[in-house]
Design a protein around this ligand. Structure first.
Ligand code: AMP
Ligand code: FE
Ligand code: FE
Ligand code: ZN
Length: 282
C-alpha cells in the first residue's frame, strides 16, 4: 500500500521549495496523493496539480489556518475546499493582511535588540503575500545572526521570546466555519498543540466537533507511537476522520522529509477515500 502526505508547505507560504519540486520529492518518496496546506493561501494549487498530472500524483486542495482558543494557538487544516470561492479568498486575504501588520512590529523588536534587518528584506526573501516568522528566521540565518531556524525561534521569535508579537487570529470555531463555508473538511492539525490535560482532551475535541470539525491529524512527523494511538482512539470515539502529513517546510524544518517525516511516518493511502467522501457530502 502506498503512502500519502496531507500536510506540506511551499514557497507560497513559509516553505522553501516550489510546488513542482515538492511533487518531485513526493514521487521519490512513493507518495500517491498529497495536499499542499500553505498558511492562509492556496496559490500553489495550479502548479501542484500540473506537476501531479505529469507524475501521476493526486493533489487535493488544502490550506492551514492559525487560530487562537484563549489558551494557545491551534491550527486548522482545510481539505477539498472550493478554492475559487470569493468569500474564502477574501477571508484568507484578511489573514495575510494581519501578518503584514504584525511582522513589522517583530522587526522593530529585533532592531531594538541591535539586529540589522528590515521588513523590506524579509518581503523580498519571502516572495509571497503570506509572510511568516520562518521567513524572518531565514533572513536571520542569511545574515549570520543564527545558524538555524530553530535557533531563531528559540532566541527571538517563539512565544515568550523578545521578538515575539501576537497576531490577531480567528477562534478555532471561526476557522472551521470558514473552511466549511467553502465546502471543505476541517481537520485539527498537530493535536499535541492543544493545551488541555489528558482528562479534559475528549471534551475539548467534542466541542470542536460540535463546531463542525471533521477530522484529526492522527499521523504526524513528531508523534510518538503513544500519541498516534491516543489520537486514533479520540478520532474513533467522536466519529472523526483520521488524516496525516509531514508538515514539510524545507529549510526551516530540515529534519522533516516529504512523505516520511522524520523517517518513520507513513500515512496510509486508505485514509484518502473517506476524506474525499466527506468532502463530497459537504
Ligand atoms: P507565523 O505563521 O508567522 O506565526 O509562524 C508560525 C510558523 O513558524 C509555524 O507554522 C511553523 O512553520 C514555524 N515554526 C514555529 N516554531 C518553529 C521552530 N521552532 N522552528 C522552525 N519553524 C518553526
Ligand atoms: Fe509553517
Ligand atoms: Fe501548523
Ligand atoms: Zn503546517
Amino acid at each position: 500500500m502506498g503512502r500519502i502526505d496531507l500536510h506540506l508547505h511551499t514557497t507560497h507560504s513559509d516553505g522553501s521549495l516550489r510546488p513542482a519540486d515538492i511533487l518531485t520529492l513526493a514521487q521519490k518518496a512513493g507518495v500517491t496523493a498529497l495536499a499542499i496546506t500553505d498558511h492562509d493561501i492556496m496559490d500553489a494549487l495550479p502548479e501542484a496539480i500540473e506537476a501531479g498530472n505529469q507524475l501521476g500524483i493526486e493533489v487535493l486542495p488544502g490550506v492551514e489556518i492559525s487560530s487562537f482558543d484563549g489558551k494557545g494557538e491551534l491550527h486548522i487544516l482545510g481539505y477539498c475546499l472550493n478554492w475559487r470561492d470569493e468569500t474564502l479568498q477574501s477571508r484568507l486575504a484578511l489573514l495575510r493582511a494581519s501578518r503584514h501588520r504584525r511582522n513589522p512590529l517583530i522587526i522593530e523588536r529585533l532592531q531594538a535588540l541591535g539586529l540589522e534587518l528590515t521588513y523590506a528584506e524579509v518581503r523580498a526573501l519571502a516572495e509571497t503575500e503570506s509572510v511568516g516568522r520562518p521567513h524572518i528566521a531565514r533572513l536571520l540565518m542569511e545574515k549570520g545572526y543564527v545558524t538555524s531556524a530553530k535557533e531563531a525561534f528559540d532566541r527571538y521569535l517563539a512565544e515568550g521570546r523578545p521578538g515575539y508579537v501576537a497576531r490577531e487570529l480567528p477562534t478555532p470555531a471561526e476557522a472551521i466555519s470558514w473552511i466549511r463555508d467553502a465546502q471543505g473538511v476541517a481537520v485539527l492539525a498537530h493535536p499535541t498543540w492543544v493545551k488541555e490535560s489528558d482528562n479534559a482532551l475528549p471534551a475539548f475535541v467534542r466541542a470542536l466537533k460540535d463546531n463542525g470539525l471533521g477530522g484529526i491529524e492522527v499521523h504526524y512527523s513528531t508523534h510518538t507511537q503513544q500519541q498516534t494511538t491516543r489520537f486514533l482512539e479520540l478520532a474513533k470515539q467522536f466519529g472523526l476522520l483520521v488524516t496525516g502529513g509531514s508538515d514539510f517546510h524545507g529549510l526551516t524544518k530540515p529534519d522533516i522529509e516529504v512523505g516520511a517525516g522524520r523517517g518513520n511516518l507513513k500515512v496510509p493511502e486508505q485514509l484518502l477515500a473517506p476524506l474525499k467522501e466527506a468532502a463530497a457530502r459537504s
